[in-house]
Ligand binder design. Structure first.
Ligand code: NAD
Ligand code: UGA
Length: 462
């Protein structure tokens, strides 16, 4: 099928940037991104390109290029479904908070709502592309909904998981390591796969486009995230061992990363991984394994999350010990709230868990993040501890790092923002209470330089 119109349901971190690139690279295809969230769509349509709902380096330039030409953002989901030959489902698939699988399984209610809506409004044949990260065999469920609710139309289902990482999304989309397209091994299935291959081929070399069956494609996405997170938990677990033995995790990481069989990426010790996906996707993998009786497999993958939460606790507990053992000021400055640099996304950020732990011990937090708004910080805290009053009493959020270091002995670095490296640390030292400590949860500062100013520097695993 020649694709002239694409609809993408879900204008989030994946739907927005991915469709912007597809539109840029395929000027002959009209791409309409739709969402139930009116504010989000309004922000995508904002005249001021600094006010797009997502901060991602390079994104606003692509949107500037394409919006109004062949990229459109709308809340009219039904018309977009009717008018397109290909529909991407790119909605959120969070961990279930109730019912069977609560706390582990992926909640597919938004995906199922989309399938129902597509079935209801489709009048012509459609290729439905699963872009959201879903449990293996979800496409079967989607197919069941579509085919049982609309028998007049032929639906082909494809799985095309997204591998972009936030902060580098545009680069990842522009030069993806690979694109995976899973589909049915039938004539119609193969034709649908080819339609999507053609769209990606506008900019991705054919050798980087991998076509598979539906289940392999779905499972590859969960597996890729589990492997990446596993490396972080592995290095983080060793950071604790380093602290006890005198080894330096940065040196160990460099030494093992130079082995070409291991490779150097995702070996950076940290206060813990965050982000909307690692935790939920591993929980999902654990759930799938456990629900089919693979208890040992489930336990193996669950350990990644246990180490991640241990790393966050360890970090917070060390701050508390420092304060108690040295009778320090009970104000703690937290630099960084986003789950990684170059994004305003805070979902599952280690900062939230560390802050919550410190608030529970009645410490006062002075927070600065270059891209995260105060209301988001309070939203995140209220979401995990449901104690708005205490959060407001204990947490102050500042517009600049300069204001949040008053009356503190400790600065804890929670996100690896580049600007933190360039601060005038001598000036900061002068302003802080003494003794002054930096607890670097990302190992981004130069230990010797910082210590020469007078700080007590505590890194991770060193
Ligand atoms: P998001 O929460 O940023 O965006 C999802 C959007 O879908 C929201 O704006 C929501 O309003 C909309 N939505 C939900 N139900 C809808 C419906 N029935 N009709 C219309 N709109 C609806 O989520 P995201 O980060 O873009 O993630 C989407 C999917 O992609 C998830 O499955 C996620 O696991 C996966 N993924 C995310 C990333 C990432 O970096 N964020 C990377 C790869 C894959
Ligand atoms: C991750 C994957 O990298 C993407 O391929 C995937 O598409 C995406 O999840 C998803 O499915 O949502 P993302 O979460 O955006 O992307 O960002 P990452 O760069 O993977 O970082 C995740 C977390 O791990 C961050 O908190 C980061 O600071 C931390 N991290 C990363 C480390 O602590 N150490 C490292 O060496 C690398």
């Amino acid at each position: 099928m020649k694709i002239k119109n694409i609809c993408c349901i879900g204008a989030g971190y994946v739907g927005g940037p991915t469709m912007a690139i597809i539109a840029q690279k395929n000027p002959n295809i009209v791409v309409t991104v739709v969402d139930i969230n009116k504010e989000r769509i309004a922000a995508w349509n904002s005249k001021n390109f600094d006010q797009l709902p997502i901060y991602e380096p390079g994104l606003s330039d692509v949107v500037k290029d394409t919006r109004g030409r062949n990229l459109f953002f709308s809340t009219d989901i039904n018309s977009a479904i009717i008018n397109s030959e290909m529909i991407f489902i790119s909605v959120n698939t969070p961990t279930k908070t109730s019912g069977e699988g609560k706390g582990y399984a992926a909640d597919l209610k938004y995906v199922e709502l989309c399938a129902n809506q597509i079935a209801k409004f489709s009048k012509t044949n459609k290729i439905v592309v699963e872009k959201s990260t879903v449990p293996v065999r979800t496409s079967e469920k989607i197919k069941e909904i579509l085919k049982s609710k609309n028998k007049a139309v032929d639906f082909q289902i494809l799985s095309n998981p997204e591998f972009l990482a936030e902060g580098t999304a545009m680069r990842n989309l522009e030069i993806p390591d690979r694109v995976i397209i899973g589909g049915d091994n039938t004539l119609e299935g193969n034709n649908a796969i080819q339609s999507l291959v053609e769209i990606y081929s506008s900019w991705v070399p054919k050798k980087n486009i991998l076509t598979t069956n539906l289940w392999s494609s779905e499972l590859s996405k969960l597996t890729a995230n589990a492997f990446l997170a596993q490396r972080i938990s592995s290095i983080n677990s060793l950071s604790e061992l380093c602290e006890e033995t005198g080894a330096d995790i940065e040196e160990v990481s460099m030494a093992i990363g130079m082995d070409s069989r291991i490779g150097s990426s995702f070996l950076k010790a940290s206060v813990g991984f965050g982000g909307s996906c690692f935790q939920k996707d591993i929980l999902n993998l654990v759930y799938i394994s456990r629900s089919i009786g693979l208890e040992k497999v489930a336990n193996y993958w669950e350990q990644i999350l246990i180490i991640n939460s241990h790393q966050r606790d360890r970090f917070a507990n060390k701050i508390k010990s420092l304060i108690n053992n040295n009778s320090l000021n009970k104000n703690v400055c937290l630099l960084g709230w986003a789950f990684k640099k170059d994004t305003n996304d805070t979902r599952e950020s280690a900062a939230i868990y560390v802050a919550n732990n410190l608030i529970k011990s009645n410490l006062n937090l002075r927070v600065y993040d270059p891209k995260v708004q105060p209301q988001q910080i309070f939203f995140d805290l209220n979401y995990i501890n449901d104690n708005d009053k205490k959060n407001k009493n204990r947490v102050s959020v500042y517009d600049s790092y300069d204001d949040c270091i008053d009356q503190t002995n400790i600065i804890a670095i929670l996100t690896e923002w580049d600007e933190f490296k360039d601060y005038d640390w001598e000036k900061i030292y002068d302003k802080m209470e003494k003794p002054a400590y930096i607890y670097d949860g990302r190992n981004i500062l130069e230990k010797d330089k910082i210590e020469s100013i007078g700080f007590n520097y505590i890194g991770l695993g060193r």
